[in-house]
Design a protein around this ligand. Structure first.
Ligand code: GLV
Ligand code: MN
Ligand code: MN
Ligand code: MN
Length: 409
């Protein structure tokens, strides 16, 4: 089959309409996993895919699979997709672009009257972000056999609501273990979420893989006391301990060889201006392509946390919350994406994915690769997240043509 193209106006309409679910006043979205907004966006996606002739399957993790049948249903299917949950005050492109890109590919194939050899499955993975329920990539992790479903059902959000109960409440605890069997290939189309493509004037990013990731939770205990009468040299101030740890963690990341370290959540207690804090709970996210260097940074962070607790008269417990090994993608699919971009006349750059994605797990059992498009100003996980409509369409065109080739080979 010759090169075919997506319809850029329709893609833009899908993206604009879906951004209404959880829209924030400042132009972003808050569509936390298993919230009402997530449910409403899922319902919308389902209606669109079914209008486009796909069959919907929902598994017991709430992962949604939209199947476009191929000519030979005995062949291994090809999968694409991403996630529709977002960060709090997140952007309109993270995740959802990959699902809507798959939807647009299906519509473009319908317009062309094309039936491919293999089934094409577009997927919406549950809870990629891990912001409401930690860890993230839970839907894909259970699908890939890397996370335990019952343990994921038991996860609690900050209000004490469980993943399992919320999944049931929004009506997305499917009743089957949809298992398409071994897959032929998996593509995830996503925004870059960093500054590299824009700075280099490139349209398509071709990552060779996803960095490894380590998450920690730290619990500091000091002594709560009155902010007025307590002498400075007699304080066991949990916020003081936290501040020294956080500042050092930043410095360790800065001095490392390509590893990034982020303190993202802080929960002081009692969080009152005239009380010396008795407790602080905070989180650390560490990522890098080089696993040895990443683990060296983690060990240094562990040492720093212990040391800063000691010198501030507090105690600190550091728990390892989540760990994912790096995911090198399948070389044949990486080349296919690079070649397809070239055929379409789009400048493409080899790179690494600094963000994590559902493909980090799917990659372990299925040949996988990703397609990136530029993030304006390198901003993501923020309301200002933006990718030009032209670039959204260019990436979707690459996706469509990669799907056609792999569904027919
Ligand atoms: C999720 O978007 C992550 O990369 O942490
Ligand atoms: Mn994402
Ligand atoms: Mn994200
Ligand atoms: Mn992500």
């Amino acid at each position: 089959m010759n090169t075919i193209h997506i319809n850029p106006e329709r893609l833009q309409r899908f993206l604009t309409e879906i951004a209404a679910y959880g829209a924030t006043p400042d132009g972003g979205v808050t569509r936390l996993a298993l919230s009402d907004e997530d449910r409403d966006a899922r319902n919308r996606l389902r209606a669109w895919f079914e209008e486009a002739g796909c069959e919907t399957k929902i598994d017991r993790m709430g992962n949604m699979f939209f199947v476009r049948p191929g000519k030979n249903r005995a062949l291994r299917p090809v999968m694409t997709g991403s996630h529709c949950d977002s960060q709090p005050q997140g952007g309109r492109f993270d995740g959802i672009l990959g699902i809507v890109g798959g939807l647009e590919a299906v519509c473009a194939l319908n317009d062309a009257g094309a039936t491919l050899e293999r089934d094409l499955i577009v997927v919406n993975w549950t809870n990629e972000e891990g912001s409401r329920f930690t860890p993230g990539t839970t839907g894909s992790g259970v699908f890939a056999g890397k996370l335990d479903r019952e343990a994921m059902y038991a996860l609690k959000d900050r209000d004490g609501l469980t993943f399992g109960a919320e999944l049931e409440r929004i009506g997305y605890k499917g009743d089957e273990d949809f298992n398409p069997g071994p897959l032929h290939a998996n593509f995830e189309y996503h925004i870059e979420q960093g500054p590299v493509l824009e700075r280099r004037g490139m349209t398509i990013g071709v990552p060779k893989g996803i960095v490894c990731l380590r998450w920690f939770d730290v619990f500091i205990e000091g002594v709560p006391n009155h902010a007025g009468p307590t002498p400075m040299d007699e304080r066991q101030d949990a916020i003081h301990a936290f501040a020294r740890m956080a500042s050092e963690i930043f410095a360790i990341g800065l001095d490392s060889d390509g590893v990034v370290a982020t303190v993202g959540e802080v929960h002081p207690s009692p969080n009152s201006r005239n009380v010396i804090a008795g407790k602080v709970h905070f989180t650390i996210d560490v990522r890098g392509w080089d696993e040895t260097e990443t683990d060296r940074v983690c060990a240094e962070i562990e040492r720093t946390v212990a040391e800063k607790a000691r010198v501030t008269g507090t105690t600190a417990e550091l728990r390892r919350t989540w760990e994912v090994e790096r995911a090198p993608f399948h070389p044949r699919l990486v080349s296919l994406i690079r070649d397809t971009a070239r055929e379409l006349g789009l400048p493409a750059l080899d790179m690494v994915s600094g963000a994590s994605h559902d493909t980090v797990y799917i990659n372990q059992s299925t040949p996988s690769a990703m397609i990136f498009v530029p993030s304006i100003g390198g901003r993501s996980h923020a309301e200002v997240e933006e990718t030009s409509w032209t670039d959204c369409a260019a990436g979707a065109d690459v996706l469509l043509n990669c799907l056609v080739k792999t569904c027919n080979d």
